[in-house]
Write a protein that binds this ligand. Sequence first.
Ligand code: GUN
Length: 283
Amino acid sequence: MELLDGRALANELTHAQQTAVKTLKVQGVTPKLVVIMVGDDPASAIYTQSKQKRATKIGMASELKRLSAETTEAELLALVKTLNDDRTVDGILVQLPLPKQINEDHVIQAIDAKKDVDGFSPVNIGQLWLNQPGLVACTPNGIMRLLAAHKIDVAGKNVVIVGRSNIVGRPLAALMLNANATVTIAHSRTANLKALTKTADILVAAIGKPHFFGVDAVKEGAVVIDVGINRLEDGSVTGDVDFEALQTHVSAMTPVPRGVGPMTITMLMEQTIEIAKERVKRG
Ligand code: GUN
């Protein structure tokens, strides 16, 4: 089995990004990412800190704006507008979930589509489904890069994506389709789920159930991408697939951790750098 090692690829790309940032700085532009976190969700705190740390590591400017859990939608929208208008800010990311007094859709729609490094805005989602250039959600983008780096061509393959979230399943389906895969999106209401996943040449698991997919649910020789991050009672983290059982059954598979996860932040940095390159061109 070929291990689809996301950490190794992320490390490689991080080095290239350090060089790209140096070049941009010589040209007078320091790529800048602003991450907004509202409230104190512990998982979000970890994610936003990792994003900060990575941005600093590659030499980018980054700012974490932590707002109180009582922040109003109007206050958050005002901050987004300020960042939209700030020429020195390349990427804006509002960490989800938001407290319930704030409508996520309103906030995502307020972010300038050209600075929407998460690729969540309706403009970027539309561009993606039209197979036109735009900013793309980072986890799906990272999955495509990981497959490409391992020379796994998705064209003509049966791809089954289990999970229909706006963050992973839906944008990944569009990317796969754009790359000429035959795509099925399965979800919690899918009938005979494991019979369906057993037909997949490439299975993407994003349902949040530890070890859900085993030999009974996966075709022999399939490629398995595990997007699950499940914390077990002993504190360890595991994916949605039974890695041990599948090791001798599949042709390639991502581990958890060190699979898809490291690629997500790497794609966030890459898109921020790409936006900064546009700023250089504009002068
Ligand atoms: N919360 C969980 N994943 C993500 C993500 O990719 N982006 C944002 N903004 N929030 C998240």
